[in-house]
Design a protein around this ligand. Structure first.
Ligand SMILES: [Zn+2]
Length: 56
């Protein structure tokens, strides 16, 4: 299942599991982020792809 994979990803920097939140009740967009703030990954269902942000 795709959903299961969403829950097993980890920050590329500190290897902490990413936390998951939704940006808006009006969209099904999913944002996963490092609890330490290193990394963010947004899933856009309309695009069928992710947008990744690595923070320094
Ligand atoms: Zn991290």
């Amino acid at each position: 299942m795709v959903i299961k994979n969403l829950f097993t990803e980890k920050c590329p920097k500190c290897k902490e599991p990413l936390t998951i939140g939704q940006t808006s009740l009006l969209s099904s967009q999913i944002v996963k982020s490092c609890p330490q703030g290193h990394y963010e990954k947004e899933y856009h269902p309309a695009l069928g792809s992710y947008i990744e942000t690595v923070k320094n």
